[in-house]
Design a protein around this ligand. Structure first.
Ligand code: Q0N
Length: 278
């Protein structure tokens, strides 16, 4: 096994023909990883992603090989997947206005070239979900918006159109299931690749709180920053410490760790409808 990638909260290993995607219990706020783990976070997100992959096979095939055939030290928080030729764009669907999409809308009235009506505010629901791809910027920079035409120029119009359709369909499925259980999926980021036969395959993780913005539906108030379903306790506590949001971040107190773990368990249980046990 060879370590091939380190992200803020995940690692990738190469294992023969396969890759192992390993989720840690690390949590980041304000783009900084804090020194205190959230117990089970890696497993909860991995199992939620696996649950979604299984329920989306009628929409798109995925890269999963096994969620159980992984080394013991990673049990529950890793997946074995097929190595793909990755599409060099992050495929993002947005149903609500937040984050970089909000900033781009306020500056230009559009996101990734998709025009939006005037008068929207932070947290607004969009008239319909939109496809707002970004290009991956290497060495840790933030991703840059790409228009549909830029994606089409890079990968061809047909593939670009399929990426848009699949991304929006995955978002609609996720948003519908979550909203029936009190969670708004404001947006979600997908990654696709192509297998040896050239077939388009869904990769990375799907519809987790790390790859998507989850908001508690009963606290949704357009016109202000929305509460994060998962990280709000950490954010509120961190802001209250006077920390300047530069690394290193502060240790998280036990009560905030416990409340945050409960939120990840709740996200898993509300979406899958099954009990988290371990
Ligand atoms: C791959 N990434 C993107 C956070 C950042 N199935 C695959 N085959 C080949 N390469 C990749 C995958 C997948 N998934 C995707 N890097 C390599 C970086 N992400 C990946 C997960 O961690």
């Amino acid at each position: 096994m060879r370590h091939v990638y380190s992200g803020k909260v995940r690692e990738i290993y190469s294992d023969g023909a396969d890759l192992l995607l390993v989720a840690s219990d690390r949590v980041s706020v304000y783009d900084v990883v804090l020194p205190t783990p959230i117990p089970d976070k890696g497993a909860l997100l991995t199992q939620l992603s696996v649950w979604w992959f299984d329920r989306l096979t009628d929409v798109v095939p995925n890269h999963l090989v096994s969620a159980t055939d992984v080394p013991d030290e990673f049990a529950g928080r890793a997946v074995r997947c097929r190595r793909l030729e990755m599409v060099p764009f992050e495929c993002i669907a947005r149903g609500y206005l937040a984050g970089s999409g909000l900033r781009e809308y306020l500056a230009t009235g559009a996101i990734s070239g998709v025009p939006l009506p005037p008068g929207l505010v932070e947290g607004s629901r969009l008239p319909e979900p939109i496809f707002t791809p970004t290009t991956k910027v290497s060495d840790g920079g933030h991703d840059a918006p790409a228009t549909f035409d830029e994606v089409a120029d890079a990968v061809g119009t047909e593939l670009a159109g399929r990426l848009r359709e699949l991304t929006l369909e995955v978002y609609r499925r996720g948003a519908e299931r979550a909203s029936a259980n009190g969670i708004i999926v404001a947006d979600t980021k997908l990654e696709f690749g192509r297998d040896a036969d050239g077939e388009l395959v869904l990769a990375d993780e799907v519809l987790t709180p790390d790859s998507s913005r989850f908001w508690p539906a009963d606290e949704w108030v357009p016109g202000r920053a929305q509460h994060a379903f998962d990280k709000q306790f950490v954010r509120d506590w961190a802001a209250g410490t006077g920390w300047d949001k530069k690394p290193p971040g502060p240790e998280i107190p036990a009560d905030v760790v416990a409340a945050t773990r409960t939120r990840y368990v709740e996200a898993y249980e509300k979406i899958t409808g099954s009990h988290w046990r371990r």
